[in-house]
Structures are given as C-alpha cells and as structure tokens.
Design a protein. Structure first.
Length: 277
C-alpha cells in the first residue's frame, strides 16, 4: 500500500514534560514508522506550538491526546476515540485514573473535609483532574473560600507550597512523573486523599477518520508499546499499554459543578510544562 502524500497533524500534549520529550519523540517516531508501513502518512515530528484548542480542532488531525472533560463537553462532535493509555502510576487502574489531593506537609488536617473554607489551586475550570473531579468529591457546593486558576498542575503545586493556596487536585500521572523527574516540585507537600476513578485521557483523531485509519492507529500504538527497543522510553513515560474505551465510558465523567468558588488573582508564572489535564 502506498502512503498518503499529505501527512496528518499529530500531537501528544498532555504529559509532555521537557525532561521526557526524548521519550515522547521516540514513541511517536515508532508509531509514525508503523503508520507509514500501513500506508498512512504521518508527520516526522509532533506539533508543539499551537494551543490545545488548535490541536484538537485541526481538520487534518491524525492523532492527539485530550482531557476527558473537554472531550465530552466540547469536542465529541469533532473527535473520534482511538484508545486510552494505561499508566503505571499510583492512582491508576487500567485505563482509569484519579487525582491526588495535595496540601502542605505542615497543614493541619488529614482529609478533604478538614479543608472547608480553604483556597484551592486548579489548572483550569475545564480540567477533569484539576477541578471537575475535585468538585464531585466536595461535601457541599460552597466548600472552598476561593480558587486560584494557575494554568498548569505544576503551578498549582507551587501555589500550595508558597501558601497562596491550601489544596490542589493533581492528576496522578502528572504527580508520578513529577515525583520521578522533578521531585523538587513536590517538596514540602503531602497527599491526603484521591478523587474517584475516571476514564483516562483519550487518544483521539478527527471525527471523520474512517475505520481503517483508526485500526491502523491502534495497531501502530500496540506495536510501538510492545517493542523491546522502546522499553526505556515507555518506562520514562510510565506507559504500560492501551485499552479501547467507548463513548459510553466517558459519559461516566462527573457533571460540571453547579457553582464555583470565587476566583482569586493568581501570580503570573511561566511554567515549563505541557498543557495540564
């Protein structure tokens, strides 16, 4: 089979820490080579410049990774599910994951209920792991006194460390990656609980991709994730494999909260991280 002459767009933005981009790039190179062998042109390099909205709405999208909540609320009509990665991180269960509830090590309180009236830090109101899952765990709607919207999980952690916020819900894969590759980001913090499990961040393609393209993507992913030559890259990324979830699985994502705490002014930070899930 002859590969298409125009390669589609590809991105893996959600856990793209600078420290492990070598591994993400190695994984993508292996996937792209397998796609080419199946007759599907793939770009030699991942897109990293555009915003996630631009990545996910690109009419030429071949493969990307999105957050479950934006997928369900905003992009279901333009994205098609390909697969969900399985990660080897505390809080993950197959293709499902949780958020770690993180506070300062010296903060009084042993559970979420002890932080009534606190300030929470969150990466975005649209984030499943940073806000929607946390809101679903709250005992009452007006639980927090206020919220800092930081733009990234690592910046939410910094806000808690520096006393600008008291608690944050951090995607457990992000938490595990930081613990391994950037432990200083977690210094002075402790975990007091976890949110309920939710379907993990899905790999997606454009909605009008045909069945043959989707099957080729899945086959390329399976092949790359079973390749012994990529063992080091998989270990760095904490990736174990893929599972195929359906749209009904993502319908289990909690509904949007009926109210949000007052948004407080957050200090400006320039985080060297990927878009946070």
């Amino acid at each position: 089979m002859t590969a298409a002459t125009v390669a589609g767009a590809a991105s893996l933005p959600m856990y793209d820490l600078p420290e492990i981009r070598w591994a993400t790039d190695a994984l993508w190179s292996a996937v792209a080579a397998r796609l080419a062998a199946a007759g599907i042109a793939a770009p030699p390099a991942l897109s990293r410049g555009p915003t996630t909205h631009e990545l996910w709405t690109d009419p030429a999208l071949l493969l990307s990774q999105t957050c479950g909540n934006p997928y369900v609320r905003h992009h279901r009509d333009r994205l098609r599910l390909v697969a969900t990665l399985r990660y080897a991180a505390p809080g993950c269960d197959g293709p499902r994951y949780r958020s770690q509830l993180v506070v300062r090590a010296d903060a009084p309180g042993d559970g979420l209920a002890d932080f009534r009236g606190a300030v929470c830090a969150l990466n975005s109101w649209d984030s499943l792991s940073g806000w929607v899952a946390l809101a679903a765990a709250l005992p009452e709607p007006r639980f927090f006194r206020g919220a800092l919207v930081t733009g990234a999980h690592v910046d939410s952690l910094a806000a808690v460390v520096e006393g600008e916020a008291d608690i944050a819900a951090i995607d457990c894969v992000t938490h595990a990656l930081l613990q391994r590759h950037r432990p200083g980001a977690l210094a002075g913090l402790r975990v007091i609980g976890r949110t309920a499990p939710a379907p993990g961040l899905p790999l997606v393609t454009r909605r009008d991709a045909d069945d043959a393209t989707v099957e080729a993507l899945r086959s390329a992913l399976r092949g790359a994730l079973a390749d012994p030559a990529l063992a080091e890259a998989r270990a760095a990324l904490l990736i174990e494999g893929i599972e195929i979830l359906g749209e009904a699985d993502y319908d289990a994502i909690p509904p949007l909260p009926v109210s949000t705490p007052p948004q407080l002014s957050a200090p400006s930070r320039r985080s060297a991280t990927a878009p946070a899930p």
